[in-house]
Design a protein around this ligand. Sequence first.
Ligand code: AHR
Length: 495
Amino acid sequence: MRTARLTLDRDFAVGPVDRRLFGSFVEHMGRCVYTGIFEPGHPAADERGFRTDVLELARELGVSVVRYPGGNFVSGYRWEDGVGPDRPTRLDLAWRQIETNRFGLDEFVAWSRAASVEPMMAVNLGTRGIQEACDLLEYANHPSGTYWSDQRVKHGAAEPYGIRLWCLGNEMDGPWQIGHKTAEEYGRLAGETARAMRLVDPGVELVLCGSSNSSMPTFGAWEATVLEHAYDAVDYLSLHAYYEEDGDLQGFLASAADMDRFISSVVSTADHVAAKLRSRKKINLSFDEWNVWNATRFRGRGRSPFEEAPRLIEDTYTAADAVVVGDFLITLLSHAGRVSVACQAQLANVIAPIRTEPGGPAWRQSIFHPFALTARHAAGQVLRVEPAGPVLDTARYGEVPQLSAVATATEDEVVVFAVNRSAAETLELRADLRDVGAARVVEATAIAEEDPHLLGGPDEEVRPRPLPGVALDRAILTAALPPASWSMIRIARDA
Ligand code: AHR
């Protein structure tokens, strides 16, 4: 068994744990909204049609912020269709759906409050522009006494919603996007939209679209160009990434190493633009779509008929998927300070930790567990870890560290999150915790199924179980991390 070592030092903090890293995403796509979070007539629905079983799971998941209403959907969306008594049924061209508009902004804000999450809105910069974005912001955030704010009041919301986070469009570099643009076109439009939105409400925090993923041919150049146009007017730059196994388990288990490189290169590009513009302002990142998505299967489907709430990309997740999701969270935490917002895509049914059946049950998928445990126990400061240990040579991503780890510390507790990325070998973890005053192990939990392809389902076949053989001897922690495993070890600190 090979060994990976790390040392924790209370003075080497990366930054505070930002709760906004535990975000999610609700898009009008497939059954995320309709029969996902919203299903009037369901036995568990409240008077507003919100499924309370899903609300409970969202709370248990520990979601902090939820992005809405898309995704590709937003690029053809008329937000006014989703407010007030008259709700036209429309064609949604992004996903070939029939959109009834029974659920819209007012319902989303009410749902966010019921779920105790911060809403994060996206404006349509595909088929629409500055005026519609300002109208939407006026409707949401202006107190009253103007046309749009009074419409909100008329629809039952006397107080402004005070929505802080706004995305300036979605994946505008993607040729699949309705109203897709060049970097020059989008940079100009986004910059001008941002400036106008700040005139409506100076308190907003604005997210500029980065590349749809790091394999886009314009990746890097896109970020630099759009930032040059909008640097002074925005707060964050977005990243999106999806990963899948696609017949290569070892490569897949190393996915978070790629996410790590992706983040570092976008940080470098943002800092390069800051230097070029002689700006002291730092642009942080919003990783507002990330997850495991078996997209190869999805791409193969033919053109579907227009349907209401179709079953789209309802992936059932495995044990390996849960391990990789745990590793993504480790990676996002280890970039605390530069990644300020992160949203797992999506919350219900559509590549989601929560699955539902119309009129039936709701359940946790395998990927629910590492998210819920990390959101619950990662707190205080993120500590620098920098493990030293064996390296895996993968066909997909080259050499990657076998151990992925991060630690967080409050006054009472240190938590080590660790992934053994090897598909085949157990890894010994040795962590020197003398400087953080480690007193005793409170909990050691792992997702480590013998069969990494074990599928989770309503019976939660894949779930966290106690990790055996964890020892703390004079503040040196040792653990044997099984192959393809995610672990969380909580250690009480000396008073
Ligand atoms: O989350 C599913 C889709 O993936 C989103 O609509 C889009 O932004 C991304 O390509």
